[in-house]
Design a protein. Structure first.
Length: 236
């Protein structure tokens, strides 16, 4: 079976600063994959390349056999780290916008999830807390029937009490057989949902293995992460 995401000899620089250096990896479909690494290691650049937001890179990138572009945008649901919603929008405006843009968007499900998230249709984006905005953006992503979900720090702005609820939302509303790539620093909170771990440091892949394999000696994924990066924090 062909990998759902294939990256070969990928390099990306910003001027003289190289953030990804000859990166290669394959990821099998149907998994929840944790993308981990210190700040500045290239996680967000990699995500933007996969989602077609960055085009000036070297190497080959394939999502379900296709290069990032119009075809892959139909298959990929993307949750960025920062809000992309306009301040003037109400929650219902955001829902209508996604419903018009994507044929696989389930508006009825989105309206139901608004109530579950304790958000109202007429609530304005600018009046929402960061946590509320992140919940709304998560709702918009999970109401798509996508093949691949790519999320950049989906719980970065929510309090610890809300994290279990967010994780449950991701797992409950994930379409069967879909793949997820989730970048996170909250490894302790999320490691129980990951099937596979991809760790990047100093622009290179340091770990690309199943969570079961990484935990077979009894260590948690969080402990394994700290072992791998104990000498790599200077990239922060």
């Amino acid at each position: 079976m062909a990998p759902i995401i294939s990256v070969q000899n990928l390099s990306k620089s910003y001027g003289s600063h190289q953030v990804l250096s000859d990166v290669s990896f394959n990821l099998e479909g149907g998994q929840i994959i944790g993308l981990m690494g210190p700040n500045g290691c290239g996680k967000t650049s990699l995500i933007k390349i996969l989602t077609g937001l960055i085009h000036d890179y070297q190497g080959k990138v394939l999502l379900d056999g296709a290069e990032p572009g119009v075809e892959t945008k139909r298959k990929v649901a993307y949750l960025p780290e920062k809000s992309y919603l306009a301040d003037w929008m109400k929650a219902i405006d955001a829902i209508n916008y996604l419903a018009d843009f994507y044929g696989d968007f389930n508006k009825e499900k989105a309206l139901q999830m608004l109530e579950t998230f304790q958000l109202t249709p007429k609530m304005k984006i600018k009046s929402m807390s960061k946590g509320m905005q992140e919940k709304l953006q998560l709702l918009l992503v999970m109401c798509r029937n996508a093949e691949i979900y790519i999320m950049d720090e989906p719980m970065g702005g929510v309090d610890p009490a809300a994290r279990a609820f967010i994780l449950d939302t991701i797992l409950t509303h994930r379409p069967e057989g879909s793949s997820m790539l989730i970048a996170t620093h909250l490894i302790y909170d999320m490691e129980t949902v990951f099937d596979h771990a991809l760790m990047i440091g100093q622009g290179k892949v340091l770990v690309n293995d199943s969570v079961a394999e990484l935990r077979k000696d009894g260590k948690t994924l969080d402990e394994r992460f700290k072992e791998v990066f104990q000498y790599a924090w200077q990239v922060d």
